[in-house]
Design a binder for this molecule. Structure first.
Ligand code: BGC
Length: 463
């Protein structure tokens, strides 16, 4: 491979033969594929609102619209100490959450990296890993196990929730794939694993990370009506009137409110409105869950880098990039991480020197010429901008469904993509403006950091 490149570089005639396709031509072809125009955004949003309504009517629709059994929002006065477990992304977190009242929270936490064998093996292996991590945490922090401390379990996958502390896994997402967990109550699985390790804690609440994010932010700001995750995966939860949930059969609810976990990652699995293109298609076919989580696959951190990689690989095959010379790294699925895109978009040097470093050092591309670096940067920009605009569609649809476009509300967003990807928030705001016009100002988007863990504590307190 290297000899080939070297000789290509030594012979300028050969080096330049692939430049038949003009840079602007390549870029404009990619723009045609990835740019979502305002009218398309509006059409997607309209369909989204219809799908939200349909999912509340009965089970079996694309948007699962799961009642969370959380029917009260916090006042900010709740107090106490709670354990929170947070499983759903790249790391597993164990936390002790102290609610101090007066909207103040203290958090002690430890992150554990989930090994791949635990993500895709037998259920017991995963749940034993969780229980071992809890044991490590309570030992290191001298938490007395006899106290039977209440625990909120944030489990961020679609579950059929039948009580505040009971839920059956419907399907795995985000690369997890332990087959024997499907249709099992994940709280029972956790309790059994904790009992095997003799850890005496008591799971009082099963929580989705979006519900946690909403609740933790509502502890500070009572105007919070929506919680969103834009991280490894994506999803949203919001406050719905029980009277607007025809499928709710759980009896009267004193507050008249129910937080709904939309599971919006599955939006448009039928592929009727989203501009799902050939690169998305290829990434989807090669994923662990083809045909599922269509919206999530165009938005979330697990997939953005992979879409960029698919584009780059095709351009290499067509000899449009890097003189047609590939590397084992760029040919490896998921090797182009979303974090690389962030780095490339943050590269403001005139020669895109950091982009060059990423391509050379992390992806083993021997000589990425300035023109090639610019194209790669534009691909990152296009894929990430599309993600931000689609995220805004989801937010606009939920706020429209809640009929809060006029009155306004706070939308708390957590997750690595929203928090760390450059310009993501501003790109979302631009799209929200295209969708809602001047009413965009009524939608107050804020970062809800550590929401899923703190929220589990807040919900355990209320439960
Ligand atoms: C899961 C959701 C979760 C979201 C964000 C999705 O893959 O299905 O339950 O809220 O990721 O973590």
């Amino acid at each position: 491979m290297f000899t080939e490149v070297k000789s290509a570089l030594q012979k300028p005639t050969r080096k330049y033969t692939y430049r038949e396709v003009d840079e602007s031509e390549v870029v404009s072809a990619l723009e045609d594929i990835f740019v979502i125009r305002p009218q398309t955004l509006r059409n997607i949003c309209k369909h989204f609102v219809d799908e939200l309504t349909l999912g509340l009517k009965e089970d079996g629709h694309t948007l699962k619209m799961i009642p969370s059994y959380v029917t009260r929002r916090p006042t900010g006065k709740e107090t106490g100490s709670y354990l929170a477990l947070d499983l759903g992304g790249t790391n597993f977190r164990v936390c002790e959450v102290y609610l101090e009242g007066d909207s103040k929270v203290r958090l002690t936490q430890k992150k554990f990296t989930i090994p791949d064998y635990a993500k895709c093996g037998q259920s017991d292996v995963l749940f034993d890993f969780l229980a071992d991590s809890v044991l490590t945490f309570i030992t290191e922090n001298n938490i007395p196990t006899e106290s039977d401390i209440p625990l909120g379990f944030t489990f961020s996958f679609p579950v059929d929730q039948t009580a505040i502390d009971k839920g059956y896994l419907m399907v795995w997402t985000k690369g997890f794939d332990c087959k024997d967990t499907i249709n099992k109550d994940v709280v029972a699985l956790l309790n059994e694993a904790l009992a095997r390790k003799n850890v005496k804690v008591h799971v009082t609440a099963l929580v989705n990370d979006t519900v946690g994010t909403l609740m933790s932010h509502a502890y500070y700001d009572p105007g919070t009506f929506v919680g969103v995750i834009l991280g490894t995966g994506t999803n949203a939860a919001y406050v719905e009137k029980v009277s607007a949930i025809p499928k709710w059969k759980g009896g009267p609810v004193e507050s008249g409110e129910m937080i709904i976990n939309c599971e919006w990652g599955a939006f448009d699995n039928e592929r009727v409105v989203l501009p799902f293109n050939k690169y998305d298609q290829k990434m989807d076919e090669e994923s662990t869950n083809p045909g599922q989580q269509t919206f999530e696959k165009m938005i979330s951190g697990m997939y953005l880098g992979e879409i960029v990689r698919q584009v780059i690989v095709e351009l290499i095959q067509r000899r449009i990039l890097f003189g047609g010379i590939s590397s084992p790294e760029i040919e490896t699925p998921y090797k182009f991480e979303t974090a690389y895109m962030s780095r490339i978009e943050r590269d403001h040097t005139s020669d895109l020197l950091d982009t060059k470093m990423v391509l050379q050092e992390l992806l083993n591309i021997p000589y990425p010429a300035p023109r090639d670096r610019r194209i790669v940067r534009r691909i990152c920009e296009l894929v990430a901008t599309r993600a931000a605009r689609l995220s805004a569609v989801g937010v606009a649809a939920v706020v429209t469904k809640m009929e809060r476009v006029n009155d306004g509300c706070t939308v708390a967003i957590d997750g690595s993509v929203y928090e760390h990807y450059p310009h993501f928030g501003n790109r979302m705001k631009d799209a929200l403006h295209e969708l809602l016009g001047m009413f965009e100002e009524n939608v107050n988007i804020v970062l809800g950091k550590d929401g899923s863990s703190v929220g589990a504590g807040v919900i355990a307190a209320l439960a």
